[in-house]
Design a protein around this ligand. Structure first.
Ligand SMILES: [Zn+2]
Length: 66
């Protein structure tokens, strides 16, 4: 199933058998991060609009491992 990116109108395919609410997808075209807010009907919302949750993907803070 595909929805269009709210940012650039690029179609983003989401496998609704695999996806779950809260899952994040990234638009190939503009790189915008979108969160699956609903599976049926399929709806994506920009993560920015929802607000960042500080779970596991903290941006910017990348530790150098040697
Ligand atoms: Zn996009």
């Amino acid at each position: 199933m595909a929805v269009v990116c709210p940012e650039c109108d690029n179609p983003i395919t989401v496998d609704t058998d695999e996806a779950e609410e809260g899952e994040k997808v990234v638009c190939d075209e503009c790189g915008m991060e979108l969160e699956v807010v609903s599976i049926d009907p399929l709806e994506l919302a920009p993560v920015d609009a929802i607000g960042y949750d500080d779970e596991d993907d903290a941006p910017a803070m990348e530790e150098d491992e040697e």
